[in-house]
Design a protein around this ligand. Sequence first.
Ligand SMILES: NC(=O)c1ccc[n+]([C@@H]2O[C@H](COP(=O)([O-])OP(=O)(O)OC[C@H]3O[C@@H](n4cnc5c(N)ncnc54)[C@H](O)[C@@H]3O)[C@@H](O)[C@H]2O)c1
Length: 280
Amino acid sequence: MILQGKKLLITGVLTPQSIAFHVAQLAQAQGAQVLLTSFGRPMSLTQRSAKKLSPAPEVLELDVTNPAHFPALAAAVKERFGQLDGVLHAIAFAPEAALGGRFLTTPWEAVQQAFHVSTFSLKELASALAPLMTAGGSVVTLDFDNSTNAWPLYDWMGVCKAALEATVRYLARDLGPKNIRVNALAAGPIATIAAKGIPGFKYLEDKWGKQAPLGWGAKDEASVQAVAKTACMMLSDWMPKTTGELIRVDGGYHAVGAEPVPADQLAALQAAAAAEKPAG
Ligand SMILES: NC(=O)c1ccc[n+]([C@@H]2O[C@H](COP(=O)([O-])OP(=O)(O)OC[C@H]3O[C@@H](n4cnc5c(N)ncnc54)[C@H](O)[C@@H]3O)[C@@H](O)[C@H]2O)c1
């Protein structure tokens, strides 16, 4: 069991479909003790989801836009666990105006909110909890690959995720001397509440399944479990010299430039190319 005895704080469990729920479930199966966080109205949903985990973890309060919540969270984690080995940051939100093809007209207020919740929160969480990682530790954030591409519809959330990747590198720089690793896991599309908030998510989901060499399904247990397994490995001691890194769990989608040519069209395309070749 790769997380035997590890004490982990897992944010971002909303429903049993949440990526963080799958990570929490697998982490427990791998021997970890887990605390969750939630806030405000989603709290009751998180508590209901927590009851589906075994044992049901306690849910601590954390609204990442409330600066007072971070020291209170650190104190609560210290009281429960004494020390901490790892944290999963699985938090993102962007208002409607920041998504869905409105990039050129999005107002600053919407961008600010998206950045605060989805990007700056990683720094806040890592710096609040680092003092509890007295034996070193691992901070893992969930990303959607954005450092090199502009995606349809993802808009300012894409910019926030690109900045999240930069934040990972700066945190890795500053927390490395304390033996705290900071890495991002870039997942392919998974059907969750946050994903439903992205207009046109279905379009991305369909494309992904066709292009990823290893295959991908936003509702496939194999894809969700691949993300959970990799997150657990990143939280474990099995990647001791990896930090500031972006690890993709996307079925290999990023590695190929376009969907494959369907096998039944390949022979016709080869014949057409041969026919167009100049004679001799
Ligand atoms: N679903 C996907 O396709 C996908 C792909 C790659 C990365 N991700 C990332 O995974 C992470 C988890 O998302 P998910 O897809 O599991 O969806 P989800 O809706 O289950 O989780 C999003 C979480 O963010 C939390 N949150 C929002 N505002 C918050 C605030 N102010 N304070 C504290 N928590 C807040 C919500 O309560 C929720 O638990 C996000 O960072 C998301 O961008 C998702």
